[in-house]
Design a protein around this ligand. Structure first.
Ligand SMILES: Cc1cc2nc3c(=O)[nH]c(=O)nc-3n(C[C@H](O)[C@H](O)[C@H](O)COP(=O)(O)OP(=O)(O)OC[C@H]3O[C@@H](n4cnc5c(N)ncnc54)[C@H](O)[C@@H]3O)c2cc1C
Length: 332
């Protein structure tokens, strides 16, 4: 059942038509709970609010299914504007980017040129750029672009997805590069990736522990309290310096735990997506945790004094829930 629901939302996240339509409908259907606004001013405001709580941020300009060079150029310019604002406002924040937004599917060397401009600008201000990893199909070209950038810059790194069999080899290859370790958000075949939660979790812990011992800065990105607890214990037992790693979570998830980890003296960084292209990101979050639908529906259906709202958004949200239920029942 959990796998079916996950597959359903992953399929929705990959639907280009729904993606484009969602952009037109606007910033609705509960996405605002997980997306820090649609413009640079609102994201910077959120960064400041989180910084005041001792939490740093990584900002992601949302955007998928980019097919035109002009779209990638616009995305690059927007990301550079965010970098300039981070520098002007002196906030504690770096940038996460997805290479498909910067033209990876259009022309790899065009994408590399875009990245050179982004990483070069950030380098002037000592701001780190993280290259998010996408599905397996994009993995090899992503690594090629990263390797080119690493020849000229030291303020760029990437993400290791522990569901891939090749994750450990790549992590070892980048032993001197700042990395984020995650489980992996896409649907991958058993030819290339572990399928069961147990195997993925086990590999995550194995990689995270190995990496913590190597002393290069590492982001442990998970909402999984079992993994966080085990990492905390491991770090304490092994005497790992708390400045050598941070925990990361996505904006809008386990907010209390995010603040608690920062209050306990761990470095903590919140991943802050922004922009109007929120649909694919949002659907992947529903795929990971279908309970998120409950949170959203509750928020959308009821007012703060527990009265039922009557707005078109409510109807749309309820329709999504009904479609999910129908889909799951049919597949049973
Ligand atoms: C900062 C960040 C960056 C990421 N970057 C990438 C990337 O570049 N590429 C990529 O493929 N993936 C990325 N991901 C997504 C990642 O791969 C996983 O898909 C996602 O984090 C879900 O796995 P999890 O480890 O958080 O926990 P899960 O495996 O989803 O959950 C494990 C357990 O934790 C608990 N739990 C989880 N969430 C909640 C919650 N909200 N409330 C209460 N309990 C909860 C539940 O008990 C659950 O059973 C990123 C994730 C984060 C946090």
């Amino acid at each position: 059942m959990a796998n079916l629901t996950r597959d359903f939302f992953i399929a929705l996240s990959n639907n280009e038509l729904l993606n484009k339509s969602a952009k037109k409908w606007g910033y609705r259907l509960g996405a605002e709970q997980f997306v820090a606004g649609t413009d640079i001013d609102s994201v910077i405001k959120t960064v400041k609010r989180l910084n005041d709580k001792g939490i740093s941020c990584t900002v992601d300009n949302l955007g998928e299914f980019v097919t035109e060079k002009s779209e990638s150029t616009a995305a690059k310019e927007k990301i550079i504007s965010v970098i300039e604002r981070i520098h002007e406002e002196q906030v504690s924040c770096h940038i996460s980017v997805k290479l498909t937004q910067l033209g990876l599917d259009i022309d790899e060397s065009f994408c590399l040129d875009n990245m050179r401009e982004i990483v070069g600008t950030a380098n002037k201000y000592d701001i780190f750029i993280n290259i998010d990893t996408e599905d397996y199909h994009h993995y090899a070209p992503t690594i090629r672009v990263l390797d080119e950038l690493l020849q000229d810059f030291d303020n760029v790194g990437t993400v290791i997805q522990s569901y891939f069999y090749h994750a450990e080899t790549d992590m070892d290859k980048y032993k001197d590069v700042r990395l984020r370790i995650v489980k992996g958000a896409y649907k991958e075949s058993e030819e290339v990736a572990f399928q069961s939660k147990e195997e993925i979790d086990e590999n995550f812990l194995k990689l995270a522990k190995k990496r913590l011992k190597c002393n290069t800065f590492t982001s442990i990105a998970t909402h999984d309290h079992h993994i966080i607890q085990e990492i905390k214990q491991f770090a304490a037992e092994e005497g790992i310096n708390k400045n050598n790693f941070e925990f990361q979570m996505l904006y809008g998830f386990r907010t209390e735990m995010q603040e608690q980890l920062a209050n306990e003296g761990y470095l903590f960084c919140t991943y802050l997506p922004f922009g109007d292209d929120w649909y694919g990101y949002f659907m992947r979050r529903l795929a990971e945790r279908p309970q998120n639908i409950n949170l959203i529906l509750k928020d959308k259906l009821y007012t703060s004094d527990n009265k039922l709202k009557k707005t078109p958004i409510v109807i749309a949200a309820a329709s999504i829930a009904a479609a999910c239920l129908l889909f799951c029942r049919r597949k049973k």
